[in-house]
Design a protein around this ligand. Structure first.
Ligand code: MG
Length: 381
């Protein structure tokens, strides 16, 4: 499912009270803008252009700097101008589906993206829309009329189009008018816009009180997933052994194609498992000569980058090494520190433990070392 995205975050947020503009406020622990970027990355976006006010390009780097496949461009004076600046910055081809999204709707999910891209198959545009449930009145201080809500919808974002036709529709839009969404531009150009299922969670943060509502809904936009990894390597002649990214002097070493760091291998497999991305053998085949003697740091870094690319963040890891020798305890803090560095986590989210099997089994007989890792990650729902 290949698509590009433009996220508009250049508005002044005049109705949302004092403080920084909405995209830069915190929602459940992360900037509002970051929610959409992580969710669209998690849904598989090829590239995301974030359109920000000219003085916020640096703020975007602070909020998103560790995420892949995004870049920021300065917006125009109006929303339409900002959308066009974003579209112009996309590298995709004319036929590429593009989602145009308001940063002020942070709780977008994979299911929304899938529904929109499916609906785009049969139309020139697709939008998430909710039927109007309340009775509609027209008036000032007194009701002048009750308006039929028959056939009326509330349009949300993201809205899906194909890049070439959307650019053309904007080019044809009269400069004297300001569209309130992108579908209106496509409609004016004669394009058919499909109604896909909207979602109350796609609510727009408009007023200060909306933040409390969004905080309550935010828990549903992310889920926690668990991964586990197991690894074993055989002991052989040597003078030192690598475990959890730390070299320990020892009278034997672990035998393997790479540096045989079973702790890092188990942990890498656990990260891959938590995001459903296969296993270490698939990403780094032992048959491939480029991994011969490789430092296993690289395997874990690759898995961590893969997780970030899917909008996932690692919450905690727990590694258990099973061996009679060497003694792990004297090296445990060094291992935790090294893993924390590789995982970009605070040390208190990283656990390294060790146990023996009291002389039983292959670890007890000193034939090999066994490692197990469990990882929890938070990913877009
Ligand atoms: Mg291994």
């Amino acid at each position: 499912m290949s698509f590009s995205a433009v996220i508009v975050a250049a508005g002044a947020s005049t109705r949302a009270g004092s403080g920084p503009p909405k995209p830069w406020r915190m929602l459940a622990g992360r900037p509002v803008l970051r929610w959409s970027v992580e969710a669209l990355l998690g849904a598989g976006a090829d590239e995301i252009v974030v359109v920000v006010a000219a003085d916020r390009v640096e703020a975007a780097s602070e909020a998103l700097g560790d995420l892949p496949r995004w870049r920021a461009v300065a917006g125009g004076a109006t929303r339409a101008g900002s959308v066009q600046a974003g579209l112009a910055a996309l590298k995709a081809g004319e036929a590429q589906p593009v989602l145009v999204h308001d940063a002020a709707r942070p709780l977008v999910t994979l299911a929304h993206v899938e529904a929109l891209l499916a609906a785009l198959e049969g139309a020139e545009g697709a939008i998430p829309a909710l039927p109007v449930a309340d009775t509609l009145k027209r008036g000032e201080s007194l009701v002048a009329a009750t308006v039929s809500r028959e056939g009326l919808w509330r349009a949300q974002t993201p809205q899906a189009f194909r890049l070439g036709p959307l650019k053309a529709a904007y080019a044809a839009w009269p400069a004297s008018e300001e569209p309130t969404d992108d579908a209106a531009v496509m409609e004016r150009a004669g394009g058919r816009v499909a109604l896909a299922a909207g979602d109350p969670r796609l609510m727009k943060l408009t007023y200060p009180e909306d933040f409390a509502m969004a905080e309550a809904l935010a828990g549903q936009a992310r889920i926690v997933r668990i991964g586990q990894g197991l690894d074993a390597h055989r002991w052989g002649p040597g003078e030192a052994v690598w475990l959890c990214g730390v070299e320990i002097a020892h009278d034997r070493t672990l035998i393997g194609h790479s540096d045989a760091d079973a702790g890092l291998h188990a942990l890498t497999d656990a990260v891959l498992g938590a995001i459903g991305a296969g296993d270490i053998g698939e990403h780094f085949p032992p048959s491939d000569p480029q991994w011969k003697g490789a430092s296993s740091d690289r395997f874990l870094i690759h898995a961590v980058e893969l997780a970030a690319a899917r909008g996932a963040r690692i919450l905690s890891v727990d590694v258990t090494l099973v061996c009679e020798q060497p003694k792990i305890r004297p090296h445990r803090e060094a291992m935790r520190a090294r893993l924390a560095e590789l995982l970009r986590l605070p040390v208190d989210r990283v656990s390294v433990k060790a146990t023996t099997t009291e002389g039983m089994g292959f670890t007890g007989r000193g034939e090999g070392l066994f490692a197990q890792a469990v990882v929890s990650v938070e990913t877009p729902a």
